[in-house]
Design a binder for this molecule. Structure first.
Ligand SMILES: [Zn+2]
Ligand SMILES: [Zn+2]
Length: 132
């Protein structure tokens, strides 16, 4: 039954997207898997991975590979910056307006047609700052 199978895929994908959209911690695939399993107990980690890849391709979510951390996922697909804790790898959104002028400047000094940029802030999160 292809139709039933398609329905199942749609339901899985929608559940994964819903979990990710309400999670602001930028979870890893394993963490998303743990959450989704509460709604769909029989889902496999492989299915979660595959759906995350599809959602990335569809532009619904973002995959973040920052520093040496595991791949993390972001339910917000709009361009935004992140702050990463060097101690516990916590990842937060940094509410800064995109720096467009930096792209013009980079283009001017390299003669490249600049399409975008990546910028990551690093430091210690509030908890880790207290402990150290
Ligand atoms: Zn920290
Ligand atoms: Zn984010």
């Amino acid at each position: 039954m292809l139709e039933r199978q398609n329905l199942r895929i749609t339901r899985q994908r929608r559940t994964i997207l819903k979990e990710l959209r309400k999670d602001y911690t930028h979870p890893s695939a394993d963490q998303i898997y743990d959450k989704v399993r509460q709604t769909i107990p029989r889902i496999s980690l492989g299915t979660v991975y595959r759906n995350l890849e599809v959602l990335c391709r569809l532009g619904e979510i973002q995959k973040l590979k920052l520093g040496r951390t595991k791949k993390r996922f972001d339910g917000n697909s709009d361009f935004h910056y992140h702050m990463r804790c060097l101690d516990c790898n916590r990842l937060d959104d940094a509410a800064l307006a995109p720096l467009k002028s930096i792209e013009d400047e980079a283009g001017a000094v390299t003669d490249y047609k600049v399409l975008g940029h990546r910028l990551e802030f690093v430091g210690f999160c509030p908890q880790c700052s207290i402990q150290s």
